[in-house]
Design a protein around this ligand. Structure first.
Ligand code: SF4
Length: 375
């Protein structure tokens, strides 16, 4: 079982907080699409003919693609890989792109899961982030998507935004839980170097929420999600009726995946590989048959660290039997020694051979992970 991630590196405009690789210059779009198909062909053996269970279009903004362009990418993937008949095909989209015609078009290509970037339900915050849609539009689009026949919809929200009050955060969550959506990804704002938000923070023109305020918003999220019947299956991900993101879950459960397009990462259980984060270099590399990626062969220690990093924040947790079997007694003993430090902290839970973070532990997961990993 494997997954394919496809990075569409174009955006109509840049959001002020975002550090994903993207460009607003679409002059190379046609060339990019041709070479994306070429990359999919050239790398057809990467997954060693394993059945592809999930395909994920991320970016950038996949909804800058026309329906025909999307169809062409999927057709080429289908021609080169063994795709499961019930594969999850997720398409990230911005609300302003999802017209009724476009929704119909993408539905006809076989996309069966939408991930809609709503981010907030207050127009003042949407403007501050430089988003192109407004709150009403976001709600209308979700309802239209359901009318079109989509029955697996995820929305993204951001909390910890500068000036976001608890009341506004509660309002956003309420509005999401009233919508016919099955999944919520809610991320705390990160100030990434190189983004306008980071610059404004450094200049003091933008004020970061305090740690206490952030923890409070995280707790509001967890409580309201639970009340609405959404299960927290990963620190930032919540699902109704076990409709987890199969694609992201496969990352967390250590499955193989192939990443196509600039900045996309791939993993084949032995090595990790990442494409250059630059459309021009990507296109040039593929045209010339020269390298457009870097690769790292993973050591036993890397695999152990990766396992801790991906599993500890999920409901599946770290299985001690996996650690002993896959990484040996040295790593197993190290982990138990590190976990012992947290025995009375109430931050981790070790039960029936499974290590999990508690609700309190989830918020300081980076610190705990750092302690459990081997540097
Ligand atoms: S958040 Fe999405 S739409 Fe906004 S700049 Fe980043 S990739 Fe583009």
């Amino acid at each position: 079982m494997a997954g394919i991630y496809i990075h569409i590196p174009f955006c109509r405009q840049k959001c002020y907080y975002c550090d994903f690789y993207k460009t607003v210059n679409t002059s190379l779009k046609q060339k990019f699409l041709t070479l994306l198909n070429e990359e999919a062909k050239v790398r057809k053996n990467y997954l060693e003919n394993e059945t592809v269970e999930t395909i994920y279009f991320g970016g950038g903004t996949p909804s800058v693609l026309t329906t025909e362009e999307l169809d062409n990418i999927l057709w080429n993937i289908d021609a080169n890989y063994s795709i499961s008949p019930d594969a999850e095909i997720t398409f990230e989209a911005n609300p302003d792109d999802l017209t009724p015609e476009y929704l119909n078009g993408i539905k006809s290509t076989g996309v069966n899961r939408l991930s809609i970037g709503i981010q907030a339900f207050q127009n003042e915050h949407l403007k501050k982030m430089n988003r192109r849609h407004d709150a009403t539009q976001a709600e209308e689009v979700v309802r239209k998507a359901v009318e079109t026949g989509f029955n697996n919809i995820s929305v993204d929200l951001i909390y910890g935004l500068p000036g976001l009050t608890d009341e506004q955060w509660k309002e956003s969550l309420q509005r999401v839980f009233q919508l016919p959506v099955e999944h919520l990804s809610a991320y705390h704002l990160t100030y990434h170097e190189g983004t306008p938000f980071f610059t404004w923070l450094k200049k003091g023109t933008l004020k970061e929420l305090s740690e206490n305020e952030s923890v409070k918003q995280f707790n509001i999220l967890v409580e309201m999600a639970e009340q609405a019947g959404f299960e927290q299956y990963e620190i930032s991900n919540f699902a109704r009726d076990a409709l987890y993101s199969r694609h992201n879950s496969s990352y967390w459960l250590g499955k193989k995946y192939l990443g196509l397009g600039p900045s996309a990462h791939s993993y084949n259980l032995l090595s990790r590989r990442w494409n250059v984060s630059h459309v021009e270099s990507y296109v040039r590399g593929l045209e010339a048959g020269s390298d457009y990626f870097e690769e790292e062969i993973l050591s036993n220690k890397d695999h152990y660290n990766e396992y801790i990093l991906t599993r500890i924040r999920t409901k599946w947790g770290v299985l001690l039997s996996d650690i002993r079997q896959n990484f040996g007694t040295e790593f197993y003993d190290y982990l138990l020694k590190q976990v012992a430090k947290y025995k009375k902290s109430g931050l981790v839970l070790l039960s029936e051979g499974k290590l999990l973070l508690t609700k309190e532990g989830l918020f300081v997961s980076d610190e705990i992970m750092g302690d459990l990993m081997i540097i």
